[in-house]
Design a protein around this ligand. Structure first.
Ligand code: NG1
Ligand code: MG
Length: 526
């Protein structure tokens, strides 16, 4: 899946082949290009696009650097672009940016100094996402070329990924923006890994301390496959095929219409979880490592710092039981994770959470050192940090990803041809249901509405139902056999959506039947 971002020649290269999608997308792209000309008085040169994603399994573990399994959806961000050479004398370049939905997202013009893209993360402004992609792309270009003068750009954007809904509208927009800036400045072969890495770092500039799952799914996905993303020792992504089953499986995505805005709730939700995971990693390291071992960096993610620790730990264990053996085979990931669950339960015993003072004491630092290291970059609000619960969720969720992937890929576990595979489907579904339980009870990132959507779906025939994305609202994903899709939709309609006051637009977007879509692409207007 590595390589360069593909150039699309037709919309069929990008979207599914079914004629309804092609027709609808054709109209949308025509609109974009026509409005571009109406707005700026000339044609666009190219369109960059990047999709949203739905996460199948592996929730809230990407920032602890454990692998995840998302897939791209068809909904995306598209940016039509034209470029102008920049007038050298002023020391600035110009960005004009508008949105097809101009009532919701007003147009802007920015004069930007060559070397400083300012982003005010305290103001929630739609163009911040473009600017963060811009900043990242320019940094990369400067690294590659040294001093250079960015081109001025005119942009018209349109997005179909619902915002604040757990489907990564932000990653779609940031990745498409960074891609647009690279292409505008003459990079015709954009490396997917470089684009993803810069989009990950860029999105943090908007005020959320996010992991790298969304951008990876947005950039790397290939139509028809989910994508297995690992973050260590370096970012890699590979396609994973969902076996053909009988009854055939579909992924249904259902909106809860509970808006979860990380920019508002970050300090008590998302960013706090990221901090709790880093603190858990530091605490476990400090307590469990033999005194002479070198401790990894304080804010190292659970997946890295404990991996290092664990190799030492297993080596010592092995040596104790077997002093004459020189064989110190590293544990497999499932062995390691199971052991980490056990150690977490034995070490982090305080269900009620840990105070700053308690954690600082364990790390042998002062409270202000603790704050400087862990809570200064992104503000968080908490008296106690629930290290036990957060670590238990992360290790058990990482283990579920391993099991899920094995079911999908292991020749002995994949279903053998055409027979009834409901037992197999149920195994996949059970893992998704376990994820939901852990998100609700242990990581505390669900909400009553999502729980309800899951309960309704399971009753109507879903094998597995859970929140997807950050949670606290937003979207849910459901593994539903094709012959039960109608029943599940009907049940939601009757028992959930009909009780809400929704606009027609919301009703139309409430449920999406999704198949794995393709990733980032560039389309040159002939
Ligand atoms: P969403 O739901 O798209 O905001 C967030 C993070 C991911 C990941 C998931 C939870 C951002 C941009 N993305 O996704 O990196 O941590 O939550 O698994 O914050
Ligand atoms: Mg997002």
């Amino acid at each position: 899946m590595a390589g360069t971002v593909p150039t699309a020649r037709s919309l069929q290269d990008i979207y599914t082949h079914d004629s309804r999608t092609t027709l609808a997308q054709g109209k949308r792209w025509d609109d974009l290009l026509t409005q571009f000309k109406a707005t700026y008085g000339h044609d666009a040169e190219f369109v960059s696009r990047s999709p949203g994603r739905v996460n199948i399994i592996g929730e809230h573990i990407d920032y602890s650097l454990y692998p995840v399994l998302p897939m791209a959806i068809n909904e995306d961000a598209i940016l039509a672009v034209s470029t102008q050479p920049t007038d050298d004398s002023k020391g600035t370049f110009k960005i004009q940016i508008a949105n097809l939905q101009k009532d919701k997202f007003p147009s802007h013009e920015f004069e930007i100094p060559f070397d400083a893209v300012e982003i005010d993360a305290t103001v929630h402004e739609w163009t911040n996402y473009f600017k963060s992609g811009l900043r990242g792309a320019l940094e990369l270009l400067r690294k590659k070329r040294g001093d250079f003068k960015p081109k001025s750009m005119q942009i018209l954007m349109h997005g179909t990924v619902p915002a604040g809904g757990g489907l990564s509208s932000s990653a779609a927009f940031v990745s498409a923006s960074a891609l647009a800036v690279l292409v505008a400045n003459g990079e015709t072969q954009v490396d997917k890994t470089e684009l993803t890495e810069l989009a990950i770092v860029s999105e943090r500039a908007v005020g959320v301390n996010s992991g790298g799952m969304d951008q990876s799914a947005s950039v790397f996905s290939e139509r028809g496959s989910a994508v297995y993303v690992s973050f260590t020792p370096k970012l890699t992504a590979r396609p994973v095929n969902i076996p053909k089953t009988h009854p055939e499986l579909t992924f249904l995505i259902a909106q809860s219409f509970v808006a979860a805005d990380k920019h508002v709730t970050g300090p008590i939700h998302y960013n706090l979880r990221v901090v709790e995971c880093s603190l858990a990693a530091a605490y476990l390291n400090a307590v469990l490592n033999p005194p002479s071992t070198h401790l990894p960096g304080d804010a190292a993610p659970l997946g890295i710092s404990l991996h290092g620790f664990h190799e030492t730990y297993f080596a010592l264990q092995h040596h104790d039981n077997n002093p004459s053996s020189s064989d110190t085979k590293a544990p497999t990931l499932p062995e390691e994770l199971a052991e980490l669950v056990r150690l977490t339960k034995a070490t982090l015993t305080k269900e009620e959470g840990y105070t700053r003072e308690e954690i600082a004491a364990a790390l042998n630092i002062t409270v202000s050192q603790l704050e400087a290291r862990f809570t200064s970059r992104f503000p968080v609000r908490a008296e106690r940090f629930k290290l036990r619960q957060r670590a238990l969720h992360v290790f058990s969720e990482a283990l579920r990803v391993v099991k899920f992937l094995e079911l999908l890929e292991h020749p002995d576990k994949r279903p053998k041809e055409a027979s009834d595979t409901s037992e197999y489907n149920a195994k996949l579904g059970a893992l998704l249901n376990e994820t939901q339980d852990s998100c609700r009870d242990v990581y505390e990132c669900s909400c009553p509405e999502i729980d309800e959507l899951c309960a309704i779906a399971r009753k109507a025939g879903s094998y597995g139902s859970r929140l997807t994305g950050a949670g606290w609202g937003g979207c849910s994903v459901h593994l539903v056999p094709a012959d039960k899709v109608g029943a599940v939709k009907e049940a939601w309609e009757k028992e959930y959506y009909s009780k809400m006051d929704l606009t027609q637009e919301q009703k139309d977007a409430a449920i999406v039947v999704s198949s794995p879509g393709s990733g980032s692409a560039v389309y040159f207007v002939a």
